[in-house]
Design a protein around this ligand. Structure first.
Ligand code: SAM
Length: 258
C-alpha cells in the first residue's frame, strides 16, 4: 500500500492512542506521552521472555495492538487481542494488515467476559486498563480464574508514595493507625473525572496495586518498572472458603460459543 493510502486510512481510523510506525506513517505523532508506547516498552521490555516461541498470549484492552504485535514478533504461536471498543480493534486489524503480520486474532470482548474465551494463555497482558474499570478486583479475579495459565504483565496508573507498608495478618477493630498511614494499601476513587477523562475510576498507590495483585492470586516476580509488574499465578487467598468470583461466563452478543 502506498504511503498516501496508508496516511488516508490512518486519518480515517483516528484518533489513535498508540503511536505505531506503519511503514513510515506515524499514527499518533503528537501523543501527550511522547512516542507511546514504544518509549514506555523500552523501559520494561526485558521483564518479558525475549523468546515466546510456541507460547500463547492474551492482550486485554489491546487498543491498536502495539503489545499484540510485539508478542507476535517475539515468536508467540497464538495471540488474541481483546478490546471493548470497535474503533480501536479496526485500528489494530489495519496495523497488522499494513505491517504484514498475520495470525493475531482481534475480537470485541469485555474483560468481564473473558470466561467466554474458554482458554488459558501462557502470558496475559493487562496493561493500562484496570483504572478504567468500575470493578477492578472483579477483573483481576476473572483473569486469574479463567484465562491466566502462568505469567501476567500488568500495569495500572499509580499515584502516591513509593513506600509499601508491612500489612499485618489482622488488626484490632479499634486500631486506626494503619488507615492513616499513606503507605497502607489505598485506592482513590475518582467520582468525577481525572485528567479530563471520566473513564478513570480508581487510582491506587503502589501498596494498593501490590495488594490487589496478591489478593487475586498473583505473585509479583519483578517490578515495578515504570508502574509495570511481571506476575505469575499463585494460590488464591481464602480460596478454601469457596469461589471468590461469582460472575456469569457470558458470551458476547451474537457469539454462539459459550
Ligand atoms: C489506556 S488504553 C491501554 C491500551 C494498551 N493496553 C496499552 O497499555 O497501551 C485502555 C484500553 O482498554 C480498553 N478497555 C476499556 N474498558 C475495557 C473493558 N471493559 N474490556 C476490554 N477493554 C477495555 C479501551 O478501549 C482501551 O483500548
Amino acid at each position: 500500500m502506498a504511503d498516501t493510502e496508508v496516511q488516508q486510512d490512518v486519518a480515517r481510523l483516528g484518533p489513535w492512542f498508540h503511536n505505531l510506525d506503519l511503514n513510515g506513517v506515524r499514527t499518533a505523532p503528537d501523543h501527550f506521552l511522547g512516542d507511546y508506547p514504544t518509549d514506555k516498552f523500552r523501559r520494561f521490555a526485558d521483564l518479558l521472555p525475549a523468546d515466546l516461541t510456541g507460547r500463547s498470549v492474551l492482550d486485554i484492552g489491546c487498543n491498536a495492538g502495539f503489545y499484540s504485535l510485539e508478542m507476535k514478533r517475539r515468536g508467540a504461536a497464538r495471540v488474541v487481542g481483546i478490546d471493548s471498543d470497535d474503533r480501536y480493534l479496526a485500528q489494530a486489524r489495519f496495523a497488522a494488515d499494513t505491517l504484514g503480520v498475520t495470525g493475531i486474532e482481534f475480537r470485541n470482548l469485555s474483560i468481564y467476559d473473558v470466561a467466554a474465551l474458554g482458554e488459558r494463555f501462557d502470558l496475559v497482558i493487562f496493561m493500562g486498563v484496570l483504572y478504567h474499570l468500575r470493578h477492578p478486583l472483579l477483573a483481576l479475579d476473572l483473569i486469574r480464574e479463567h484465562v491466566a495459565a502462568d505469567l501476567m504483565l500488568f500495569q495500572t496508573l499509580t499515584r502516591g508514595p513509593d513506600s509499601v507498608a508491612e500489612v499485618a495478618p489482622d488488626y484490632d477493630f479499634a486500631d486506626d493507625a494503619h488507615f492513616q498511614d499513606p503507605s497502607y494499601p489505598r485506592i482513590a476513587f475518582v467520582e468525577r473525572a481525572w485528567a479530563s477523562d471520566w473513564t478513570n475510576w480508581w487510582v491506587p498507590n503502589r501498596a494498593g496495586v501490590e495488594a490487589l495483585l496478591r489478593a487475586s492470586g498473583f505473585v509479583i516476580e519483578d517490578g515495578p518498572r515504570d508502574e509495570v509488574y511481571l506476575c505469575r499465578i499463585g494460590p488464591v487467598p481464602y480460596a478454601q472458603h469457596g469461589p471468590v468470583t461469582v460472575y456469569p461466563a457470558r458470551a458476547p452478543e451474537g457469539d454462539a460459543a459459550r
